[in-house]
Design a protein around this ligand. Structure first.
Ligand code: HAM
Length: 432
């Protein structure tokens, strides 16, 4: 019987035989994840990992009952004890759940978390949209200041910059507080009423349930209707306005270009004030590299302290695809420094001892372990991109000397085996 991978998910492999699957190579993921860890550390964020599934109610109550995630996309199942559980579709709600449950507010002075975790959404399959995707995210809890918003945006901006990704655009908006959104909702419905019959079926549905989401409709007719629609920024109160102005001011100060996009509302219900998205042209219609914003009321709504918060989530699949599309410089995957080829059983035992000793000295070493003839073993060393090879037979064992060959240059060096470790350590450290 042949088994196939489930729809909308993918394997991450050392090498992917499918030419379209270059982004699924594990060394790219390791490089991006390493960069994340470096930057998160520089910005003072600590790693958090939450379980793959949570109670279904957690997502219903936080992400929002009318959101696409809750209405259409959750992987929900009943466990053997009759509990309704859901595979994590996003990272914010579980982190607040952990924060409240573990009383982290009382324990640590800094509440700045980052995560690299898989998320699960039952999406229509298309390029850039997967049923399991991976997010790099941050959640910074407890700070009201616009400085926090800009620190978060700066962190994500730095991530793309350090990876060498170009032509990214920061879209920025504010959706104010609850009163702002209530007043705006009424104004938007009033404006849209005369056009109701001309709206797309999806927008008609959202007219009552979540009219703000009509703003990010992809339908051209909807967008034409919206051209003269009232703008949410005009509904901000003095405090909301001051917060937004300060965010814009700080972004200018640190040289991050942005464009205000008054139709940006985001698809999860918990946001207020600042919302943002970073896009790349390389990604076609699924062009959002990452996005997030402030969610000051969520912690309290979930039964915790009344603490403000700011965060974002950024899809790793899309980052890696953009890296490749833009031919950004990517470090080569690590390869063996030395490939040992034994000729005969006695040599194989000796080579194995050396392999263990060299690995103990932290050197990446491989040996041929299946008794291949010299030609086949050399082909293997080549395929692995080994830097040096060393062939050991009875003669070498006898004399205690062998010839170290550098594959790229063909340069050969006769060495006593005792010196081998030092020579290789030297080559590895100095890359000479
Ligand atoms: P989100 O906009 O739903 O936000 O997802 C964040 C990012 O994850 C998107 O910008 C996109 O890059 C990626 N993404 C989302 N869905 C998929 C998918 N099906 N396939 C591939 N990539 C995808 C959130 O999830 C919020 N929790 C972000 C946040 C954190 N806000 C505050 N804190």
């Amino acid at each position: 019987m042949n088994f196939h991978i489930a729809k909308g998910v993918f394997d991450i492999l050392p090498e992917d035989p499918d030419p379209q699957g270059a982004w699924r190579q594990s060394h790219l993921w390791q490089y991006v994840e390493k960069t994340i860890r470096e930057i998160a550390c520089e910005f003072g964020y600590q790693e958090i990992r939450t379980p793959l599934f949570e109670s279904t109610d957690l997502f219903k109550r936080s992400v929002g009952l009318t959101s696409d995630i809750v209405t259409k996309e959750m992987y929900t199942f009943e466990d053997k004890g009759g509990r309704s559980l859901t595979l994590r579709p996003e990272g914010t709600a579980p982190i607040l759940r952990a924060f409240i449950e573990k009383n982290l507010n009382q324990i640590a002075p800094v509440h700045k978390f980052f995560y690299i975790l898989p998320m699960f959404r039952y999406e229509r399959q298309q390029a850039g949209r997967y049923r399991q995707h991976h997010q790099f995210g941050i959640e910074a809890i407890g700070n009201h200041s616009p400085l926090q918003d800009v620190e978060g945006i700066h962190l994500l901006w730095t991530f793309y910059e350090r990876l060498g990704i170009k032509n990214v655009h920061l879209h920025l908006n504010s959706i104010g507080n609850r009163e702002t959104r209530h007043a705006y909702r009424i104004a938007l419905q009033e404006y849209l009423k005369p056009f109701f019959e001309k709206l797309s079926p999806e927008s008609k549905e959202r007219f009552q349930t979540n009219p703000l989401r009509i703003l990010d409709s992809k339908n051209e007719a909807d967008q034409n209707i919206l051209k003269e629609a009232p703008q949410i920024l005009e509904f901000l109160d003095a405090q909301g306005k001051a917060h937004f102005e300060q965010v814009c001011h700080l972004l200018k100060k640190i040289g991050i270009p942005y464009q205000i996009n008054n139709k940006l509302v985001r698809g999860l219900d918990y946001y207020n004030h600042t919302v943002f998205e970073i896009t790349s042209q390389e990604l076609g219609s699924q062009n959002s590299l990452g996005g997030g914003g402030r969610y000051d009321g969520l912690m309290k709504e979930m039964g915790g302290a009344d603490l403000p918060a700011f965060g974002f989530g950024a899809g790793l699949e899309r980052v890696i695809q953009t890296l490749l599309a833009q031919k950004a410089p990517i470090p080569s995957p690590s390869t063996p420094l030395l490939f040992l080829i034994p000729m005969g059983e006695a040599a194989a035992l000796k080579c194995f001892e050396w392999t263990c000793a060299l690995r103990k000295a932290h050197l990446p070493v491989e040996m041929e372990m299946s008794g291949k003839k010299i030609k086949a073993a050399m082909r293997m060393a080549n395929a692995m991109h080994a830097r040096f090879i060393l062939v050991i037979g009875d003669e070498e064992l006898h004399s205690g000397e062998a010839t170290l060959k550098e594959m790229a240059t063909g340069r050969e060096e006769s060495l006593s085996l005792d010196l081998l470790i030092h020579r290789l350590q030297d080559a590895f450290q100095k890359n000479t």
